[in-house]
Design a protein around this ligand. Structure first.
Ligand code: GLU
Ligand code: ZN
Length: 491
């Protein structure tokens, strides 16, 4: 589809932390807008004062910016349909609800919660559909007076037409809903507060949204919204019913739907662990879409160039953390070294870095960075990988120590120290020769010989390439750490 008039929207509610499902929805909408040269509208659905928070709103904006999304209309950028926060559009909804009622598309429902429940239970017991039964569709003036005298406060309910609703979902093809499965539903609370069921399609209509791409969990709202849209067209508020496409569920561990509450789904977690936005977006794009069968790693530009909703797969997608990390690692490798060193900056200082700021050495960092870049899955791993350079002593890790220090390790370390003393400290190759020779002297292969050296110098059994690490740390510190390890072994 190449059509300049595409208008899509991303319209989260500011409740809690942004989660990966939400980001996937934003991504597909954004990519569709960019691919078609259309408009990406960002709207905040904050009509639920009890659940929405300003903090969450700020986080949403911050997250979208971090991910690199830009919006053509929305908070802070404005646009022809401003304001884009529903909490600032309340009069519009009240007015439209009144018009719907005046035209007979909606009505006051005086049923109390317990009455509704009673009838629902009875319908279930009789094997009838258990949704709202239409009792208040026709309320006589006498009944109305009676209800009011009883102090009942009505909600506004939308009158679903008694007809089957069929639409072609952009992802799932033709879908049909029969009237008994889509009962009349509430659009305004008894206290006058408009509900999602009303404000979402009303704003889609007013903002001239052409394509609604959202999670499958919202599929059951679609027939209601289509009916409401028809009523809005009747009122002259809407022009056309948009197309709908429902993005597949994302499954987490144990093949359960990934829920907002799953720690695995929190965007902040990925950000704090040092996912690159481009790595995360690349991975999330694969939850229901693919560029081609043999290409998993691509840039956002490549995605935009290829993206079409028609290619979204309706089957549930599985969230696979290992794969997400592997893709991120590839994106880390794709950065220029300069970009990589800059992006690591947050993890090289407090609260992540354990060393004193004055012990950080920029030249050493620049020297070690290229070796780290090819090894990280997420940027936060940088801290542990380079702490041996900036801490006065290597970290104490008893498990590593026990694993590496075997019988005879002291003899090996003494020989290694001797050989390293006369090695060429401007060449990692020469340092390797020294440790190799020390190993030979004790009948050990390089792997076995370097383990105690690594733990003596870095405190850990795994890390960056050892001989480059020693060269960057320098002769004096390396030898002093071997001495300290020998002293510890002798104690
Ligand atoms: N505010 C709704 C949500 O976050 C939007 C649903 C929709 O895209 O229609 O679930
Ligand atoms: Zn009723």
């Amino acid at each position: 589809m190449a059509n300049g008039s595409v208008r899509v929207r991303f319209c989260p509610s500011p409740t809690g932390n942004p989660h990966v499902g939400l980001v996937r929805t934003a991504l597909f909408n954004w990519a569709f807008a960019r691919h078609t040269g259309g408009t990406f509208v960002f709207r905040i659905e904050d009509t639920d004062a009890a659940r929405d928070s300003e903090e969450s709103y700020e986080q949403l904006l911050d997250s979208l910016r971090w991910l690199g999304f830009t919006w053509d209309e929305g908070p802070e950028v404005g646009g022809p349909h401003a304001p884009y926060r529903q909490s600032q559009r309340m009069e519009t909804y009240t007015e439209i609800a009144r018009k719907l009622q005046d035209a007979g598309h909606a009505y006051f429902c005086y049923c109390t919660a317990s009455e509704l429940e009673e009838r629902r239970d009875a319908a279930r017991a009789a094997g009838r559909p258990s949704g709202y039964d239409g009792k208040c569709r026709e309320v006589t003036p006498e009944q109305k007076a009676q209800y009011e005298a009883e102090g009942r406060e009505p909600i506004v309910r939308f009158r679903m037409p008694d007809e089957t609703i069929t639409f072609t979902d952009l992802v799932r093809g033709e879908l049909t809903f029969t009237p008994e499965n889509v009962p009349d539903y509430g659009i305004v609370r008894a206290n006058g507060a408009p509900l999602y069921t009303l404000v979402n399609p009303v704003d889609d209509a007013l903002m001239e949204i052409t394509h609604v791409l959202r999670g499958e969990d919202l599929l059951s709202s679609t027939p209601r919204q289509i009916a409401l849209y028809k009523a809005l067209i009747d009122l002259g508020v809407a022009k056309e019913i948009p197309s709908f496409g429902h993005l597949p569920y994302v499954m987490g561990e144990g093949n359960k739907k990934l829920s907002k509450r799953d720690p695995q789904s929190s965007l902040n977690l990925y950000r704090e662990r040092g996912f690159l936005p481009e790595g995360l977006l690349n991975y999330l794009s694969l939850l229901g879409w693919s560029l081609s069968a043999d290409k998993d790693i691509f840039t956002i530009e490549e995605m935009v160039a290829a993206f079409d909703v028609a290619d979204v797969n309706p089957n549930p997608a599985r969230f696979d953390l290992k794969k997400a990390e592997a893709i991120n690692a590839d994106h880390i490798r794709m950065l220029s070294v300069t970009d990589f060193t800059e992006r690591c900056a947050p993890w090289l200082k407090a609260p992540f870095a354990p060393w004193a700021p004055e012990d950080f050495d920029e030249a050493k960092w620049q020297a070690v960075a290229p070796h780290a870049q090819t090894r990280l899955k997420v940027l936060s791993e940088i801290t542990d990988n380079v702490d041996f350079l900036f801490l006065p002593e290597p970290v104490e890790d008893e498990a590593s120590w026990t694993k590496a220090m075997k019988e005879g390790s002291d003899a090996l370390l003494r020989t290694a120290k001797e050989k390293l003393e006369s090695a060429d400290w401007t060449s990692a190759e020469s340092l390797k020769e020294a440790v190799l020779a020390a190993g030979e002297a004790h009948g050990l292969k390089l792997g076995k010989a370097q383990a105690p050296v690594r733990v003596a110098v870095t405190g850990r059994t795994v890390g960056l390439p050892l001989f480059e690490s020693l060269e960057i740390l320098g002769k004096e510190k390396t030898l002093a750490r071997i001495d300290a390890a020998l002293a510890k072994l002798a104690a």
